[in-house]
Write a protein of this length. Structure first.
Length: 440
């Protein structure tokens, strides 16, 4: 399909999270993008129902963000943030602090969600030590959690394939049970009714290890990567209460749920649950320049400044922390979210999105549909003896028909940019229905 791409030229690039042999035998390319659409080298239009990879929340190639990056590249392309400041990093941190819920008022910059997660875990350990609770070194993650691909992230993450090849990982990590329960909650609209009690497993782990050994619990408020697993009603509130009872930090990984995805600025606000630390990436810069961030509550930052035992309070940082292009992109992105009222728009489109998605309830292979804000999933029955194959075929067939979806196993996830129009929702769902009918 891409005449001017020579097959041998594909060999050098070891593609991430991709079956390289299969892809290179049947490659698929996009060359440019605008708004809700990608365009292939032969100029076919692909409706992007995934906002890139849950990240291009303001749509592709937003002119204000493009312009900000271009201007910044010409003015200051790079400056280290170690012992040297540039204004936009401070401005961006301040804008984020104002936007973030509660007293999440201090922001550490990274370059990805994975780096944000590993940074958050390190901050949790250093903070516990700084406040005289250095025995609190254990972490608690969750089955089917995705927290990126750093050693910390795969350790607290709950995906066997992301862990099994990589040795002994971080010691001292336990996992809560995941909350996905089709037997009780299939075809829920919004938050599922059953399962808040699954949070009580945290009490069990505290009883086993004693709170004095536990640094933090980390969860995605809504698990994205493993197939849009929604928290049961009351579940996150219960987790928060148990963390409070035992003085354990609660980290929300909002890499996907942040910046309007759920129809509120952050999941923490939608659920009314305040985490102690929040990890961010993706929508932070509309993915136009890679960037991540970790936000912490005032007392954590203050404790580090007051009690950490060296003039440098946190021995941690990246060459590209606070990169000027990323800060410029991030500032422009926040302007766009504000001026186009995109979080409110996501909330307004959530109803039409839910209605259209649940219209697929009678489509072939479908065993569940679930949704919240502008994220949704259609779970398909797996082929006996070939789990994931139907999903892969749906992905390829959809792309050939002009629709980009995200597929995890046999779960099709949709997370359109917050600029999506109702006609585009209908188009995406209509195409998906045709694809499901044509894939055996
Ligand atoms: N935490 C969460 C909750 C994420 O969703 C990361 C951390 C890591 O971010 P980086 O920027 O390091 O990739 C993510 C990323 C998928 C998929 O299959 C999702 C992500 C990444 C790759 C694939 O849906 N989310
Ligand atoms: N490896 C080497 C040899 C380095 O010098 C550095 C940074 O100076 C790194 C890794 C870390 O790179 P980054 O700061 O981009 O994460």
């Amino acid at each position: 399909m891409t005449a001017h791409v020579v097959p041998n030229a594909l060999d050098a690039y070891w593609m991430p999270f991709t079956p390289n042999r299969r892809f290179k035998a049947h490659p698929r390319f996009v060359e440019r993008a605008e708004g809700m659409y990608y365009f292939t080298p032969d100029d076919r239009r692909i409706l992007d129902a995934t906002a890139g990879l849950w990240c291009v929340n303001a749509g592709h190639g937003h002119p204000r963000i493009v312009q900000a990056i271009q201007a910044q590249a010409a003015e200051l392309g790079y400056a280290t943030n170690f012992n040297l400041g540039h204004p936009k990093a401070f401005e961006f941190a301040g804008r984020l602090a104002a936007l973030l819920p509660g007293d999440l008022d201090h922001v550490f910059f990274t370059n990805s969600g994975s780096e944000s997660v590993d940074t958050a875990l390190k901050i949790a350990l250093a903070y516990q030590r700084a406040r005289g609770q250095g025995t609190r070194t254990r972490f608690i993650g969750r089955e089917r959690g995705y927290h990126g691909v750093g050693f910390g992230g795969i350790s607290v993450g709950g995906i066997a394939r992301n862990r099994m090849s990589f040795g002994s990982l971080l010691p001292g990590v336990d996992h809560l049970p995941h909350t996905h329960d089709l037997a009780r909650n299939a075809f829920s609209r919004g938050l599922p009714e059953h399962g808040a009690e699954l949070a009580d497993a945290l009490e069990g782990l505290v009883a086993l290890h004693d709170a004095s050994n536990i640094a933090a619990v980390i969860v995605e408020p809504v698990a994205g990567s493993t197939g849009v697993l929604l928290p049961p009603q009351g579940y996150l509130q219960r987790l928060r209460a148990i963390c409070d009872r035992h003085d354990v930090l609660l980290i929300f990984d909002e890499v996907i749920t942040g910046f309007g995805r759920l129809g509120a600025p952050f999941a923490a606000e939608l659920f009314g649950v305040q985490p102690d630390i929040m990890t961010l990436a993706k929508g932070l810069t509309n993915a136009a320049v890679p960037m991540g961030a970790v936000a912490v509550r005032g007392p954590i930052y203050q404790t580090m400044l007051d009690h950490a035992d060296a003039p440098i309070e946190l021995f941690h940082g990246y060459t590209y922390s606070g990169h000027p292009l990323a800060c410029a992109a991030g500032l422009a992105t926040l302007d766009v979210y504000r001026d186009e009222a995109l979080f409110a728009r996501a909330a307004a489109m959530a109803g039409p999105f839910e209605a259209a998605l649940h219209g697929l309830g009678d489509a072939r292979h479908v065993i569940d549909i679930r949704n919240l804000g502008l994220v949704g999933a259609v779970e398909l029955a797996a082929r006996p003896d070939a789990p994931g194959e139907r999903g892969q075929e749906v992905f390829r067939t959809a792309f050939d028909r002009g629709l980009l979806v995200r597929v995890t196993g046999d779960i099709v996830a949709l997370s359109p940019a917050l600029i999506v129009e109702s006609g585009q929702i209908d188009e995406a769902v209509g195409l998906l229905r045709e694809v499901l009918a044509s894939v055996p």
